[in-house]
Design a binder for this molecule. Sequence first.
Ligand SMILES: Nc1nc2c(ncn2[C@@H]2O[C@H](COP(=O)(O)OP(=O)(O)OP(=O)(O)O)[C@@H](O)[C@H]2O)c(=O)[nH]1
Ligand SMILES: [Mg+2]
Length: 318
Amino acid sequence: MAVDRGRYTCVLAGAGPDVRTVTAMRARELGRKSVVVGDRVGLVGDTSGAPGALARIVRIEPRRSVLRRTAEDDASTAEGRLERVVVANADQLVIVSALADPPPRTGFIDRCLVAAYDADIEPLLCLTKADLAGPEAVLDYYTELELPYVLIRPDSALDALRSLLAGRLSVLVGHSGVGKSTLVNRLVPEADRAVGTVSAIGRGRHTSTSAVALRLPALPGAQDDPGWIVDTPGVRSFGLAHVSAESLLHGFPDLVEATVDCPANCPHTPDETDCALDAWVTQGRADPRRLASYRRLLASRAGETDPRGEADPRGRPE
Ligand SMILES: Nc1nc2c(ncn2[C@@H]2O[C@H](COP(=O)(O)OP(=O)(O)OP(=O)(O)O)[C@@H](O)[C@H]2O)c(=O)[nH]1
Ligand SMILES: [Mg+2]
């Protein structure tokens, strides 16, 4: 459920919400393998969960999915220069974007979509602060994608979101200040996640500092497993250095079909005159902004532009 300075908070498989969590450390035999939130592990030792009890993690089960993020985009911290596993075994990536304060960045959302499709995790677009601005510009940009989405305002009912979260492990990702922890606190009232303020320049203050998995409460009358949600710290960027150029295209299902008409080994770059993507867009079969976004990602992988979503105003829907 959580990792903090070498201590791992675990919940026993099949344990109900009232069963105590188990604190564990890693056993030496794990070597350098990292254990991350969402991992299923083998525990030995004192698994009673009693105060002061410490179990040991001796095994990591094979992961169903691995959400990775490379953050040479975020070279301000030593940690940020590494490839990081955000969460293991997630079924759903909830891409949280505020509609205002901070403004939405489709460039960032596109990066998250690439990461989701690459890791075989279903994306869900969660547009917060719908009380401050309308979703039209963002939704218009994604019309061809059939991307599931939910709109969140402070007073909105969360039933639709809860049913999309049921039975799965979902991970929230988004810039700092978009309202991830606010949403988690509404979904899991006893979570008590710290909530920050958004500064005048429209950035949150990185209130949350590590990923934490929380069990969603059972709904009255519902038998189904309500699922788990992972709150994560806000990210400035979602680096994709670990995704191959070929796989980048999977984040753009609205463009994929066009590439069957491309020459063999087409790099899909703007200077490739026979690339079928240009005609596809000219014929109105996809949004030219989506092609531009795809090509920006291609170029940023090649180191031609600043890979941060923020640094590129063309990433905005307006
Ligand atoms: N108007 C409005 N404000 C919201 C909404 N959701 C969250 N906020 C505010 O946005 C600010 C940031 O919220 P957080 O929940 O801390 O954001 P976060 O995404 O967890 O940020 P980090 O932990 O830094 O990544 C707080 O002041 C919230 O009250 C919303 O739907 N509408
Ligand atoms: Mg937070």
